[in-house]
Design a protein around this ligand. Structure first.
Ligand code: BGC
Length: 370
């Protein structure tokens, strides 16, 4: 849906794309118009009937009105250009569904068009390609969940030079020109995760960490906070492995099986990204180790919540994904209006256990209920 021009006037297209649009709408009408006109003229010559003249005038008028309407809608689309904001996640992953829901809902509220463009896999060149294709479409703003910091710098630079407002959500790219970061304060959240885990495992034992990609600053910050907390508060807890599962659930299952074999005394598995709990839960169940090896980690994917209800997952750290998407639209619009943005915006996290697994969502949604 495009806005009509504020003054209600038709405007001649100013650029090549514009003139092509109008030519198209003219072409749609013109051939049939001329065809009709010539056939009616023949009829006129043959019959010289007044009825035919009236019919000719009437049909020509209708066609002209139709034509001008088509022209008008084409031209007004060009003039009253609706803003287009695009969300680019690290790649296809169910974690981003509520992020886009928030983005889309805010877009509907503010009358902007929202789009979602995701690479197939969590791979930096793929994310860069998605960003570049989006720049080429001259959109107004982009919200990126960064798979990498340095790797995205040139693409974000290019977008900025093209006059497109860029922010990051969920995962920052601190070295880039992104105007703000909206999401979890990751080091603190990793620290909080370790604090919660220490309590469950009585401050001792072997822990393995699974992570979806080793390049993303958000996940590395979580690991940093997690590790620091153990050093400070539970020196008898040892991190015996840290594995990359590339954001893939099947790889998480395989890596978990390998961990269980390599570390028979493993006390807990901690996931710093969303696919870990669902993947590791499946592997623990298969091996009859559900509830025996403690499992906890980030995010509230449906299988993680099911795992909490069934005592396979001990707790999860829910990020405010809907809020990240919603605020991304608001902040992009502010940036488009020339307003300065803060360096980062903390959306906060919530620890979910069996006690609040069925009620936390209502709490999270409260601030958006209008
Ligand atoms: C992270 C995202 C990541 C997702 C899936 C979440 O915990 O915040 O950056 O894409 O997990 O791996």
């Amino acid at each position: 849906m495009r806005k009509t021009p504020a003054n209600g006037q038709r405007e001649m297209p100013a650029n090549a794309t514009g003139s092509r649009d109008v030519r198209c709408s003219m072409f749609d009408v013109s051939p049939s118009f001329f065809c009709l006109r010539s056939s009616r003229l023949c009829g006129l010559i043959q019959c010289r009937s007044i009825g035919a003249i009236i019919f000719l005038l009437f049909s020509s008028a209708c066609l002209l009105v139709g034509c001008s309407k088509k022209e008008e809608s084409g031209a007004s689309q060009l003039k009253g250009k609706q803003k287009v904001l695009v969300m680019i996640p690290k790649g296809v992953h169910p974690y981003y569904e509520p992020c886009y829901e928030g983005f889309k809902d805010a877009g509907a509220k503010y009358g902007v068009k929202t789009e979602y463009r995701a690479a197939k896999a969590f791979e930096v060149p793929q994310e860069v390609e998605v960003i570049e294709n989006t720049i080429a479409r001259h959109v107004d703003g982009i919200a990126i969940s960064a798979l990498d910091d340095q790797g995205l710098v040139p693409a974000i630079d290019e977008a900025t030079k093209a006059g497109i407002k860029v922010i990051t959500f969920d995962a920052p790219a601190p070295s880039s020109k992104a105007l703000t970061y909206i999401g979890t304060m990751n080091e603190a959240a990793g620290y909080a995760g370790a604090e919660a885990l220490i309590k469950v495992i009585n401050s001792e034992g072997e822990v393995a960490v699974l992570q979806g990609g080793l390049g993303a600053p958000n996940l590395n910050d979580r690991f940093k906070g997690f590790e620091r907390c153990l050093k400070e508060k539970a020196p008898n807890v040892k991190i015996v492995a840290r594995e990359d599962e590339q954001g893939k659930i099947d790889l998480t299952v395989n890596k978990t099986e390998a961990l269980l074999q390599a570390h028979p005394n493993l006390k807990a598995i901690f996931g710093v990204s969303a696919e870990v709990c669902p993947g590791a839960a499946a592997a623990l169940k298969q091996q009859g180790k559900a509830g025996k090896v403690i499992l906890a980690g980030f995010d509230d994917l449906p299988d993680t919540l099911a795992g909490i209800r069934n005592d396979v997952v001990n707790f999860c750290i829910a990020q405010r994904t809907y809020k990240m998407g919603w605020l991304s639209v608001e902040k992009l619009l502010e940036a488009i209006d020339g307003k300065p943005l803060p360096k980062e915006i903390d959306t906060g996290v919530l620890i979910i256990t069996k006690a609040n697994v069925d009620s936390y969502m209502q709490e999270m949604k409260k601030e958006f209920a209008k």
